[in-house]
Design a protein around this ligand. Structure first.
Ligand code: FAD
Ligand code: FES
Ligand code: MG
Length: 295
């Protein structure tokens, strides 16, 4: 019997920052049942790498999901080179546990870089429950700030830029500290580069404010079988794909996470070299170096 695979059509494409692209794709069942904090694993075509990406948004009426992709290497470059009308071979999900939500009170959602898009569905879920949401988002300069408009529909947004070219000058941690000192923060959600999530977790700990971070270890199958996404949470081994990807930030071993993220760097650099040589059509070569770690 011949089996026909249903491809996922790209229905929208927007360049959000020099290396971050939003793709809207047909995936009606996922759009219907997805919950905040969940992700998918996509494969662009036969033989392509499996790439975990957060469900940044969804439209259950149109049957589409939004993926916000930072082009950092071969597979993400290949994905952002897709155009409206192209298709992705498969999208598995939704995967992972939905976000732990509070029922009332004030939540601070901190997003750095592409993490701002990852924090968006969390802010959406909180706002739908009637929780007061304050989003603190940042980038190196104005052109790197994404999802400001989407988050401003859900509550107050504080924008920070490292160079002061947009919003207030400084790191997202500076604005988070001020809110914590002013009091009445019930929970903090932080999503972004590992140094940023570590800095937010270190900041909230003395205030005793529960802090949820979304971890991004290397994932392969997304089903708990390969062990690739192993993380250490409070001395216990967890698999981020099935036990997370969100965890208590005060219990995460960030050193181990950072170390394991670099495990395949040599292979990734070799794969990206092909990307730079011309197969990547996104018009960029390597991502800019990350912002300095917040204090
Ligand atoms: P490579 O050059 O292969 O790798 C660059 C770096 O990306 C590596 O050093 C490693 O740190 C990381 N990486 C590589 N392969 C994987 C992998 N299979 N799984 C996870 N990390 C990997 N990125 C986004 O831009 N948007 C998102 O919404 C998003 N959501 C994520 C949700 C989860 C649950 C996880 C685990 C990761 C998420 N990521 C997201 C990160 C994204 O999956 C990686 O950037 C991507 O896989 C890199 O692939 P590459 O081939 O382009 O880069
Ligand atoms: Fe294989 Fe989580 S991705 S165990
Ligand atoms: Mg890769």
């Amino acid at each position: 019997m011949i089996r026909f695979r249903r491809m996922h059509l790209v229905t929208g494409k927007v360049q959000l920052s020099p290396n971050v692209t939003r793709l809207d794709l047909e995936a009606s069942r996922i759009a219907e049942i997805r919950q905040p904090g969940q992700f998918v694993i996509v494969r662009r075509g036969n033989g392509a790498e499996r790439i975990p990406l957060t469900l940044a948004d969804a439209d259950s009426v149109r049957g589409t999901i939004a993926l916000v992709i930072q082009a950092v290497g071969k597979s993400t470059c290949d994905l952002v080179a897709l155009e409206v009308g192209d298709s992705i071979l498969d999208i598995s999900g939704p995967l992972g546990h939905p976000t732990e939500m509070i029922a009332a009170g004030r939540a601070v959602c901190v997003g750095g870089g592409v993490g701002t898009a990852v924090v968006h569905p969390i802010a959406q879920g909180l706002a739908q429950r009637g929780v007061e949401v304050i989003s603190i988002i940042g980038g190196r300069s104005r052109q790197w700030v994404i999802f400001e408009e989407e988050l401003s529909r859900l509550g107050q947004v504080i924008v920070c830029s490292d160079d002061g070219s947009y919003g207030r000058q400084g790191f997202v941690t500076d604005a988070t500290r001020e809110l914590l000192e002013a009091g009445r923060v019930d929970i903090v959600y932080a999503v972004g580069p590992v140094p940023m999530m570590r800095a937010v977790a270190n900041l909230t700990k003395p205030f005793g404010v529960r802090t949820i971070v979304s971890l991004n270890p290397v994932m392969v199958d997304g089903t708990g079988m390969c062990g690739g996404c192993r993380v250490d949470i409070g001395g216990e081994t967890k698999f981020a794909c099935v036990d997370g990807p969100e965890f208590d930030g005060h219990l995460v071993d960030f050193d181990l996470l950072a170390e394991r993220l670099g495990t395949y760097r040599e292979f990734e650099q070799r794969a990206s070299a092909g990307c730079e040589a011309g197969s990547c059509r996104v018009g960029l070569t390597r991502p800019d170096p990350p912002s300095p770690a917040p204090p």
